[in-house]
Design a protein around this ligand. Structure first.
Ligand SMILES: Nc1nc2c(ncn2[C@@H]2O[C@H](COP(=O)(O)OP(=O)(O)OP(=O)(O)O)[C@@H](O)[C@H]2O)c(=O)[nH]1
Length: 200
């Protein structure tokens, strides 16, 4: 069983603070766009976010604070997702970023197809021949959660470094007509997403 976890624990400094997922694109929360893509692909979904969980009440989903507070970066959110997956009896989780509204409808299937013996896979695209890794979009076995906890405590902060240590497979996605991992960091990105949502 694969569960989905939306990584929404960032600080959104380039956006001016607050929750990027609660910004609106085409009249809907960014998080709603993300959930519309993720929910059909997994058995259940949770949000990873710190602070007051009540601001997400309208989504009716579990809100998972980082398992290790004060460890900056998305790895702490992935660990929170793995701990939740373990409690729910899942074998794997798939993580997605809360600021990426157009990610592939076949993300989970393609990650499963790319995973090697370790069961780990991450998404990527290619630009001018070079692989662009998208490690916040990954398939992670719940059995690796104690390994991740130990690595975080040792100082590991980079998702891709942890993925490489577990021989991550790479699921490569096309970018025509749109980079599916276009993510929203600034108010200008939000305007562009508004335009893309209208034309897409
Ligand atoms: N749990 C958790 N998730 C994080 C943290 N930092 C980033 N993320 C998530 O990682 C993904 C990529 O985040 P970024 O856009 O690089 O960082 P951000 O904090 O959201 O935005 P900036 O502050 O503008 O860099 C998003 O899904 C974030 O929610 C963190 O400290 N904890």
């Amino acid at each position: 069983m694969i569960m989905g976890v939306v990584l929404a624990g960032g600080r959104a400094t380039r956006m001016g603070g607050g929750d990027k997922g609660l910004r609106r694109v085409a009249g809907q929360f960014l998080l709603t766009h993300v959930l519309d893509r993720l929910t059909p692909q997994v058995a259940a979904v949770a949000l990873n976010a710190n602070g007051d969980p009540q601001r997400f009440d309208g989504f009716g989903l579990p809100v998972l604070p980082d398992s290790l507070p004060d460890f900056p970066g998305p790895l702490a959110g992935i660990l929170a997702g793995l701990d939740w997956g373990a409690r729910m009896g899942a074998a794997h989780i798939v993580t997605v970023a809360a600021d990426t509204p157009f990610f592939p409808h076949d993300l989970v299937l393609r990650l499963q197809g790319a995973a090697g013996n370790s069961g780990v896979a991450v998404a990527a695209t290619r630009r001018n021949g070079a692989l662009q890794l998208q490690p916040t979009f990954g398939l992670w076995p719940v059995a690796l959660r104690d390994d991740l906890r130990a690595e975080l405590l040792r100082g590991l902060r980079k998702v891709m470094l942890w993925a490489e240590r577990h021989d991550a497979g790479i699921a490569e996605f096309g970018t025509d007509p749109l980079d599916p991992f276009f993510n929203i960091n600034t108010p200008e990105d939000l305007s562009l997403a508004e335009h893309l949502a209208g034309t897409g």
